[in-house]
Write a protein that binds this ligand. Structure first.
Ligand SMILES: [Zn+2]
Length: 262
């Protein structure tokens, strides 16, 4: 089956597919930390936090809203990125799965929030509504956009480092420059996803196809050299990831919406 492996670009296609499949369960982790962030800030302000509503494309914390509670979701996401980033910096995971999980968590939660803030929708829209009467509307928008830009620059700085490191370790036969291009591309992908949203039935598959083609042009096939040590996913890793993905999708479409009581 060597021809099939060559046709699929086995050493690129399977890792990339595994990475994409892993991003779905991580998406739920992000949502839960985001909602916990809202809830815990609410609790700190003395509001009861009774649970988290989880729908297919919608989630919210059952807590009284306030400007600070609106910000809490992003605080939850940054806390997740910082926690996972620091843990990986200390533990230095070597496996493909652990590296990929760190990469997705850090990228999603460092690059995602600035785009949510800049969108002036959802939490950002709520924040605008709640703070506009005492301040002038234009000032609030300027403050939100300025904050988003600053957070994007700081978040990207760390995310590029993490992404570059990730690509260099998973595909050790690519050049530093290509790893840097891939890191920029990964950030752009999260940015687009954060701006227009990922829809499985809409732009999602198109975005993913473009992503695969672009990444395939940036990552050449693995040279047949035994000296290259790498941590590409094993068949078992791929099978488990696929199983987890199917399970997560089954929960999404069969179990949701649910309210997790606290
Ligand atoms: Zn939120």
């Amino acid at each position: 089956m060597a021809w099939a492996g060559r046709l699929l670009g086995h050493n690129r296609f399977i890792p990339l597919l595994t990475l994409v499949l892993l991003s779905f369960p991580v998406g739920y982790l992000t949502v839960l930390c985001h909602e916990l962030g809202h809830g815990l800030v609410g609790l700190a302000q003395g509001s009861p936090f009774t649970g988290i509503f989880l729908g297919v494309n919608l989630a919210y914390a059952l807590v009284n809203n306030s400007p600070l509670v609106s910000v809490g979701g992003w605080i939850g996401q940054y806390a997740l990125a910082a926690g996972v980033g620091l843990a990986s910096w200390k533990a230095k995971p070597r496996s493909f799965t652990a590296r990929s999980l760190v990469f997705i968590v850090v990228l999603e939660n460092l690059v995602g929030p600035p785009f949510a803030i800049a969108s002036l929708k959802g939490d950002s829209g709520n924040l605008q509504l709640m703070t506009s009467p005492p301040l002038s509307g234009g000032l609030v928008v300027a403050a939100l956009e300025g904050t988003a830009a600053a957070l994007f620059i700081i978040g990207s700085y760390f995310a590029i480092g993490v992404a570059q490191n990730y690509f260099r370790h998973v595909f050790p036969w690519i050049t530093e420059r290509r790893a840097w291009y891939l890191a920029l591309f990964a950030i752009a992908f999260v940015a687009v996803e954060g701006t227009i949203g990922y829809q499985l039935s809409g732009t999602g598959p198109l975005l993913l196809s473009i992503c695969f083609v672009l990444v395939f042009t940036l990552i050449p096939a693995r040279p047949d050299l035994d000296s290259i040590s790498t941590t590409l996913p094993s068949r078992t890793t791929f099978a488990i990831t696929l199983l987890v993905f199917v399970l997560v999708e089954a929960i999404t479409y069969l179990v949701l919406p649910i309210t997790i009581p606290l």
